[in-house]
Design a protein around this ligand. Structure first.
Ligand SMILES: C[S@@+](CC[C@H](N)C(=O)[O-])C[C@H]1O[C@@H](n2cnc3c(N)ncnc32)[C@H](O)[C@@H]1O
Ligand code: SF4
Ligand code: SF4
Length: 427
């Protein structure tokens, strides 16, 4: 239904979004070694915030009634259970007939929270990077036994309230340090009564972490993925694995084929179906971009949803000339109703681009990151960076960068027009 709306190229919509990513806070109780959060904080790019109640109310009254599903967490570097108003927000949402997912480190779940959330049929997605005290704690810095007890309690409650439809999933970020634990992970999951395990790639953010990426350990990774696949079918466990690597001579080379590229030929339905809202009330079209369509502190949702920016996005996203942040996007073609894991960390080519290898890609996040690192090299750049990024998110993503990317085309057209004029004058 929403898909046919996308096909019809309608830019002004009478219907609202069906899916929302919501972040009510960017605060977190952990400081995981693999997470970009620590780096952003040290660069002064992460100021602790919570969604103002006024924004949550606007969300609840204007957006929530349209939604089929809402996902808390996983769209920013925060832990949603850390929000001081989490319980009130959750209570408000759970009164609505809407599917609720939570991406969480799980460590702030109390027995009461588990009971209330299981009763509301929540889909829990607990993150981990290790299956032993040593490997889990090395990354998360908190007690593995505590984490495990919380998962056990949630799974037990899910069995008691089997009618609720609650599900308990695990999300495992795989790197060189833990890839050999995947079979142990699956056995542990089966024993606990987990519904689904999703394994995604660790993406290094610091140069010192580069060699932890499985891009540098392709054969080992493929072997482990294969073993995991066999074991999953033995255990009758639902497991999502990244696609196996193509093995080449050069470990940094992605032997992608024509058609692997998530090009504009793959349609994107997000601007018709989904929204992402952060703790500041910024409305974005999906969680693949930080380009802001409007802010719920300043506008009503309907003014944003059918505003100039959304209209431009819908007009261009499936055209031959999409906005710059929509090019090479790994989220293209992902059906929100499908069970495909929503993660660019499953795509080898984008993983390489994120790492910063010299890829034949138009990846905009990579270009932006390069600019950011240049700025961070100078004291003035460092000072200006937060405001420049903010400016880019609010305005640049829609205008400046897109206009700039059109210059080469514009100049080429001018040159060929001049050439044609000159040729006809010579005749
Ligand atoms: C940023 S966290 C936010 C939600 C919550 N705090 C949690 O830990 O699940 C969302 C997911 O991103 C994953 N993640 C963090 N850093 C990552 C990295 N460098 N590469 C890939 N995934 C990462 C986390 O393990 C987690 O599964
Ligand atoms: S708990 Fe989640 S957001 Fe917090 S540091 Fe760890 S991965 Fe990042
Ligand atoms: S192409 Fe990507 S960035 Fe653009 S709207 Fe779709 S999912 Fe979002």
């Amino acid at each position: 239904m929403a898909q046919s709306t996308a096909d019809s190229k309608q830019v002004a919509l009478a219907s609202g979004p069906l899916f929302a990513w919501v972040a009510v806070t960017n605060r977190c109780n952990l400081d995981c070694s693999h997470c970009q959060r620590g780096l952003l904080k040290s660069q002064g790019l992460l100021e602790a915030r919570e969604m103002p109640w006024k924004v949550f109310e606007t969300f609840a009254s204007e957006i929530l009634p349209h939604l089929k599903r809402i996902q808390f967490g996983g769209s920013n570097f925060g832990e949603q259970l850390m929000a001081s108003h989490w319980d009130t927000c959750f209570e408000r949402v759970s009164k609505q007939k809407v599917g609720i997912s939570l991406v969480s480190n799980g460590t702030l779940l109390s027995a009461e929270r588990i009971k209330a959330m299981v009763a509301a049929g929540v889909e829990f997605n607990f993150s981990l990077e290790g299956t032993t005290e040593e490997s889990y704690e090395a990354v998360r810095g908190c007690k593995f036994t505590k984490f495990l007890n919380i998962i056990k309690q949630t799974c037990e409650e899910k069995i008691i309230r089997a009618d609720s439809g609650a599900r308990v999933n695990l999300g495992f970020t795989a790197s060189r340090n833990n890839i050999e634990e995947v079979t142990k992970l699956l056995r542990m999951a089966a024993q606990l009564g987990i519904d689904r395990v999703t394994i995604t790639h660790f993406v290094p953010w610091r140069e010192t972490q580069r060699q932890l990426s499985l891009v540098y350990h392709k054969e080992l990774a493929n072997r482990m993925f294969e073993r995991a696949e066999r074991l999953a079918s033995e255990l009758e466990l639902l497991v999502d694995l990244p696609r196996p690597f193509r093995i080449g001579n050069n470990m940094e080379e992605s032997k992608y084929h024509e058609g692997d590229l998530k090009s504009v030929s793959i349609p994107c339905y997000h601007p018709w179906q989904s929204v992402s809202i952060n703790e500041r009330g910024d409305v974005m079209p999906c969680c693949a971009t930080s380009a802001v369509m409007g802010n719920l502190m300043r506008s009503t949702f309907s003014a944003i949803w059918n505003g100039r920016k959304y209209e431009k996005l819908r007009r261009t996203v499936n055209s031959p000339r999409p906005l710059i942040f929509c090019r090479d996007c790994a989220f293209r073609g992902i059906e929100l109703q499908s069970r495909e894991p929503l993660s660019f960390c499953s795509d080898e080519r984008l993983l390489l681009a994120a790492i910063g290898l010299d890829m034949p890609t138009n990846s905009f996040p990579l270009t932006l990151r390069k600019i950011k690192y240049r700025l961070l090299d100078t004291p003035l750049g460092k000072k200006l960076l937060p405001s420049l990024l903010e400016y880019y998110r609010r305005h640049g993503a829609f205008t400046i960068m897109d206009t700039m990317s059109n210059w080469p085309d514009f100049l080429a057209k001018r040159v060929s027009r001049l050439n044609r004029k000159r040729a006809s004058a010579q005749k």
